[in-house]
Design a protein around this ligand. Structure first.
Ligand code: CAA
Length: 248
């Protein structure tokens, strides 16, 4: 909670397409939002842009793929702003390519940034949430963690791993008022998705029954829902938001 009794939410990878939409929606819904960034130049521009749109959202530096850096960032937020009530593990990257061509660096970069980051950040907030009897951990996975994707052995493995983490931690902390859930977005209109070769992306969208990419605001709405007080009985769940691309 901050000084005015607002729940504090930390969104990792806040300056990306999904992160930005989440920050804005959570801010509009009355949360005290803080974001994490990795690249300084992008962060300064982002904060300036947010301010001009009326959003008061402070960014904190940290490399979430590094345990100590994530810890330093969380301690800084807790000393300057207050204790974190909701953690949105959103930071993620792609290094697509068939396994036959994949470099060792591409494997480790994706596992470290997309999966180890979930451990690195959650580990530093979970004890406080247990002590205060309230917490929300929201892990942003992907449809490609649920079904696999040609060219994404690294990304699919990391995203599937996130939900394994969700299910196990959900059981461990359920009795302390802490919920842990996964959101698995399909193809959303972000820079990350728009970097997929046009021909390949057109083929993917053709497989989506809704026939379109998702909007970042649609995922942000689900994040804010899961961060709310009223979702206290939802834990260990995996919310698909993919326009019907993968149903099971
Ligand atoms: N299924 C089966 N075969 C496929 C295929 C598919 N989906 N895609 C390509 N192939 C075949 C090709 O036909 C080709 O076969 P031939 O050699 O017999 O002609 C062979 O595989 C090689 O194809 P490419 O030359 O395209 O392979 P590449 O190694 O150069 O490129 C790739 C592979 C980089 C992975 C490219 O296919 C690609 O970018 N795919 C998109 C991956 C994707 O969806 N990424 C999502 C990013 S966004 C995101 O991840 C957000 C989220 O959560 C959804």
């Amino acid at each position: 909670m901050d000084k005015s009794n607002k729940r504090i939410v930390l969104v990792t990878g806040a300056t990306g397409g999904l992160g930005t939409a989440m920050c804005k929606k959570l801010h509009k819904d009355g949360f005290h939002v803080v974001g994490n960034y990795h690249t300084k130049e992008k962060a300064e521009k982002w904060m300036h842009q947010m301010k001009s749109e009326g959003f008061d959202i402070e960014l904190f530096h940290g490399d979430v793929s590094d345990f100590d850096s994530a810890g330093d960032m969380i301690r800084e937020i807790e000393s300057k702003v207050g204790t974190i009530d909701t953690l949105v593990n959103n930071a993620g990257i792609t290094r697509d390519g068939r396994l036959i061509n994949m470099k060792k660096e591409d494997w480790y970069a994706v596992i470290n940034t997309n999966l180890n980051s979930v451990f690195n950040c959650t580990k530093h907030v979970i004890q406080g949430m247990i002590d205060r009897n309230f917490g929300r951990i929201i892990n942003i996975s992907s449809v490609n963690g649920q079904r696999g994707q040609f060219g994404q052995t690294n990304y699919s493995a990391a995203k599937a791993g996130m939900h394994g983490f969700t299910k196990s931690l959900a059981m461990e902390v359920a009795k302390y008022g802490v919920t842990v859930n996964t959101i698995s977005p399909g193809y959303i209109g972000t820079d990350m998705v728009m970097a997929v070769p046009e021909k390949v992306l057109n083929q993917i969208v053709a497989q989506v029954p809704m026939g379109r990419l998702g909007g970042t605001h649609e995922v942000a709405h689900l994040v804010s829902f899961l961060a709310s007080e009223e979702t206290s009985f939802i834990t260990g769940a995996n919310y698909s938001i993919n326009g019907g691309q993968h149903v099971y």
